[in-house]
Design a protein around this ligand. Structure first.
Ligand code: FVH
Length: 310
């Protein structure tokens, strides 16, 4: 994807290789700076612990001594630090230098944090874009890396080509919180899958099964097959259509007892899978035993019948 007017260039600089500042040089900030260097940008970097800039200066980046010096070096400032508190600790002392700059925050955070930082940045004249990185550091700049953005659309479009150095850039809207919402939703899906993976490997391991063999030969093909059902489940959720076709909740509740008891009998803890069992049991107790698993969504929404706080 490129600038619609001039392929391969950013609207703001007209070059696609304009100067960029990266604040925060942990594993991710370093990968971001490296992708920019590989793209031919003039890259200014800053990190709280200055020594972490050394590998990047050896690759052609310029290390700023202060945050202020780093921010004023570029029209596009990218911040990627541990958390929202670190963003504030880094930027608040230099708020006055942010005016008229595009500030792209790739630090993981909540929608509320993104909206608060956007309001704060706008109050100082910055054009704020919030981002969620759907990749790990070695993926940055390579196929499979996707970043979600939301906030100031003009600033995003002005620097779209530069931001695409990191991976596919998906702009979700002008609400600065919406990228964080989708980032956290996707991470929830990932952690759900990883929780199941951990428990499954632990089960097989109780009888000496090797994680690698089990995962490659059985688990991944099974999960791939199950994943093909998700779009239809989602369509049914959008339609509020929870009537069971093949696998009703009453049947699944009985099957889940076997997962829990079978795990315990193998000497395993069941912390990772009990919450799902509890949800299914609650739904069945409410008379939803004839519904499909998708119906559990109504128990997760505050205020809905059967929700934990209802
Ligand atoms: N690495 C990953 O797999 C994930 C992929 C998806 C996106 N996340 C998010 O990216 C943010 C940065 O993560 P990271 O991997 O770079 O994290 P670390 O390697 O632990 O580096 C942390 C950096 O944050 C700096 N920092 C921490 N506290 C402060 C502070 N109070 N003031 C200024 N900077 C601070 C730290 O500096 P230093 O310890 O080297 O001085 C590092 O630069 C994060 O939101 C992930 O969730 C990564």
């Amino acid at each position: 994807m490129t600038d619609s007017r001039t392929p391969g260039t950013d609207k703001e600089t007209g070059t696609g290789t304009g100067p960029v500042t990266v604040l925060g040089l942990g594993a991710m900030g370093t990968a971001l700076a490296q992708a920019l260097l590989a793209g031919g940008h003039e890259v200014t970097v800053w990190n709280r612990t200055a020594a972490r800039a050394e590998p990047l200066t050896a690759q052609g980046a310029r290390a700023a001594d202060t945050v202020e010096e780093a921010v004023t070096a570029s029209p596009l400032v990218i911040v990627c630090v541990l958390d929202d508190a670190a963003v504030r600790a880094t930027l608040e002392p230099v708020a006055a230098t942010l005016a008229d700059r595009a500030l792209v925050n790739l630090t993981n955070g909540t929608p509320e944090q993104a909206r608060a930082t956007a309001a704060w940045a706008a109050g100082h004249g910055a054009h704020y874009v919030d981002g969620g990185i759907m990749a790990i550091p070695p993926m940055i700049g390579h196929p499979g890396s996707t970043l979600l953005y939301s906030g100031a659309s003009t600033a995003f479009e002005a620097h779209r080509v530069t931001l695409e150095r990191f991976g596919a850039a998906t702009f979700l809207g002008t609400d600065p919180g919406v990228a964080a919402l989708h980032d956290l939703a996707l991470l929830s899906g990932m952690y759900g899958m990883l929780g199941g993976f951990l428990h499954a490997v632990a089960m097989v391991g109780t009888e000496g099964g090797k994680a690698a063999e089990f995962t490659t030969a059985l688990l991944v093909p099974w999960l791939r097959t199950m994943m093909t059902a998700l779009p239809e489940f989602a369509r049914q959720m959008d339609a509020g259509d929870f009537g069971a076709r093949d696998s009703n909740l009453a049947m699944q509740a009985v099957g889940f007892v076997n997962i829990i008891e079978g795990s315990r009998a193998q000497g395993l803890r069941t912390d990772l899978i009990e919450p799902m069992r509890d949800l299914i049991d609650r739904a069945v107790a409410q008379g939803k035993g004839g519904e499909d698993l998708q119906g559990l969504i109504s128990l997760l929404v505050p205020g809905a019948s059967g929700a934990p706080d209802a």
